[in-house]
Design a protein around this ligand. Sequence first.
Ligand code: SAM
Length: 279
Amino acid sequence: MNLTKLKQKYVPLVFTSNEFNEIIIYITHNSDFNFLNDIYLSEKELDLFFQIVDIFLKTNMPLAYILNNKYFYKYDFYVNEDVLIPRQETECIVEEIMKYDLNNKNLFDICCGSGCIGITLKNLQPKLNLYMSDISPKAIEVANLNLKKYKIKAKTFVSDFLNIFDQINIVPDYITINPPYINSLDLNIENNVKKFEPHLALFAKEEGLYFYKILAKRLDFLFQLNKNLLIICEFGFEQKEQLRNIFSGMIVKYNIDFKKDYSNNWRYFVITSKEIYEK
Ligand SMILES: C[S@@+](CC[C@H](N)C(=O)[O-])C[C@H]1O[C@@H](n2cnc3c(N)ncnc32)[C@H](O)[C@@H]1O
């Protein structure tokens, strides 16, 4: 069947245009968007398409979990219900850190989930030394699967947030963190996010601010490990002012630069030491 006709039938009634493209890429193994409108699906491919539609309509499960796949930055990641589905806004962390020299540097991706941040960076700069940690052993299994998929080497750890730096003796040059940051009382969270994505990956205590408070408390310790350390951390787009308060006592010693995502929302901050910074 011609793809244009199929698309007219299912977009926007069932799928968004992006979701439809994701399914077609998955079915055809053809990720060249320029060709997507011209192709015909074989009977077998069409069958698979209808199976996916069926599961999607019956379960309302996010497409990424049905396909066990999510495209992030420019790579496909295996995902299942043990990990958060990588979000587009998190790609800003990748873009930001790629501005720096990663050659032979030690990067820790904390709260790594599927490993999308660390593995993308290692794919882009193979000479990076990558370490990834998460408190969830099942998430680490998924991260390990993704490492295997890209045939890259990295060390993975099951560890509680920043405790990894008490457990091993490797000096970090970069730390990337996308912690859980949703307030468990948040009523705006979509139903199928709440139903299918791991709550451990979504919600944090203290109105979603728990991990930032720990980070603030441990900054001196982290920068004692390496005064040239750079930390990049994602946050919820409405949390900037609360974060300013949490880090207010730190600004004498550290630069806390708040940055926006592609949708012009405040999304992540970069922390460096005010002592001589020489990267
Ligand atoms: C928002 S998800 C981010 C996943 C991935 N980095 C991404 O950007 O898609 C947060 C991750 O933090 C993990 N996590 C939750 N509590 C943690 C803790 N105390 N220590 C380490 N990781 C934790 C969750 O298992 C989840 O994988």
